[in-house]
Ligand binder design. Structure first.
Ligand code: SF4
Ligand code: SF4
Length: 381
């Protein structure tokens, strides 16, 4: 794909990010691979495949594309659309076993919430090597002899990604709301779209400023206590908008309660939709629509053998493994985003979730029940 087409694909598919965009699953040959060449695997979300291919430019290797129903790796693995079955299926049916002498497959790290390395090995004979989080880090990973530095294990939220997500969230919402409003209030469409884009960029761009307040415990600001775990952030945003609407009505239009009420209601809907906690689509991680956000990972030291799989798959670098004591430690628990990857991959079941009531959620429950769109573990896959 030439650079211009690559940019167009990126822009269009970022705007359409909330809908599945599948491409053909199967085997892709990159360069002139030989029998010892590395085998990479990714999901069949079109943008991901293009980005991985670009990152692998100049590397002689094979790329396996597993069927994730056109959904990106992290979402598909978490919600049961990218499973052990999908990985085993492409390993067994793509013809890769006839092309290489080894049985090592490099998997995207974010697949670890739904694809179990232990099961893949048991059922297919292929050993999983967890690759970096982002495709752009694949060249560095190869340069490091397939070893990951903490930097390339971590999900960050850099400016570029925040811009992408703000646009991918604002675009479908503005289309959706515009279609609803056109028939009976056409003159309001432009300001509503402006509000959606402005607010979306505000939420994503200012994330570094408010992220430390998004704790499930809440925060006291002066005399007021805000429970950021349960809608406090959204309330502040809405209050700011109401102040803006009142100021606007005083300065630029004739003041009327009807105007305040109408725009107050519209802005309430926009804040609510934009900050919906749909599996990573908003930076408001602790918006508290589901209890999973309040779970804590617990390490059972008696069971831990220090194998370090947790450290390899944790996208927030919460773990450290003491190789002398053969023991994991969780020095940065506050960074956890409750993805469950460490629990799914721990071969000794040394990790589990505990909810705020003190109830334990066992590893097999996390492996068996996948997250639905609102982040509840409901469906068995
Ligand atoms: S918690 Fe599990 S995966 Fe992590 S080091 Fe201990 S045994 Fe290994
Ligand atoms: S410690 Fe938290 S963020 Fe890290 S893998 Fe486990 S659940 Fe995910």
């Amino acid at each position: 794909m030439n650079p211009f087409s690559y940019i167009v694909v990126n822009v269009v598919e970022i705007l359409l990010r909330v809908v599945p965009l599948p491409c053909r699953a199967g085997l892709v040959k990159i360069g002139n691979p030989e029998r010892h060449s590395p085998v990479f695997l990714t999901c069949n979300y079109h943008l991901t495949v293009e980005r991985v291919k670009r990152a692998l430019k100049g590397v002689d290797c094979y790329l396996l594309v597993a069927n994730s129903r056109g959904i990106n790796v992290w979402c598909a693995a978490a919600d049961g659309h990218f499973t052990n079955h999908d990985v085993i299926s492409v390993l067994k049916t793509s013809g890769i076993e006839e092309l290489v002498d080894h049985r090592n497959v490099i998997m995207p790290q974010l697949a670890a919430t739904g694809v179990e390395a232990k099961i893949i090995h048991k059922k297919s004979g292929w050993k999983t090597i967890w690759g970096p989080v982002y495709a752009k880090d694949i060249p560095l990973f190869i340069q490091n002899n397939l070893k990951k530095t903490p930097e390339i294990r971590e999900v960050e939220f850099p400016l570029t990604q925040r811009i992408e997500l703000a646009a991918s969230w604002a675009f479908p919402i503005s289309i959706f709301l515009a279609l609803i409003i056109i028939p009976f209030w056409p003159e309001a469409i432009f300001p509503i779209i402006l509000m959606i884009w402005g607010l979306s960029f505000l939420i994503f761009m200012s994330f570094p400023l408010y992220s430390r307040w998004l704790s499930s415990e809440g925060k006291r600001i002066g005399l007021i206590f805000f429970d950021f775990g349960r809608g406090g952030f959204q309330l502040i945003l809405w209050c700011l908008l109401i102040i803006g609407i009142i100021a606007y009505s005083h300065l630029f239009v004739e003041f009327s309660w009807g105007f305040i009420f109408r725009w107050g209601f519209i802005s309430f809907i926009v804040v609510l939709v934009l900050s919906l906690d749909l599996m990573g689509s908003t930076p408001v991680y602790h918006s508290g629509l589901h209890e999973d956000r309040l779970l804590k990972v617990i390490l059972d030291e008696k069971k831990c053998r220090g194998a370090g799989f947790c450290e390899q798959v944790c996208p927030r670098n919460c773990y450290g493994v003491d190789s002398n004591r053969h023991m994991a430690a969780m020095p940065k628990t506050e960074r956890c985003v409750q993805c469950g990857a460490c629990i799914v991959q721990c071969p000794f079941n040394a990790l589990y979730f505990k909810n705020p009531k003190g109830e334990i959620i066992l590893p097999d429950t996390i492996r068996k029940f996948k997250l639905n769109l609102l982040g509840k573990r409901l469906r068995e896959k």
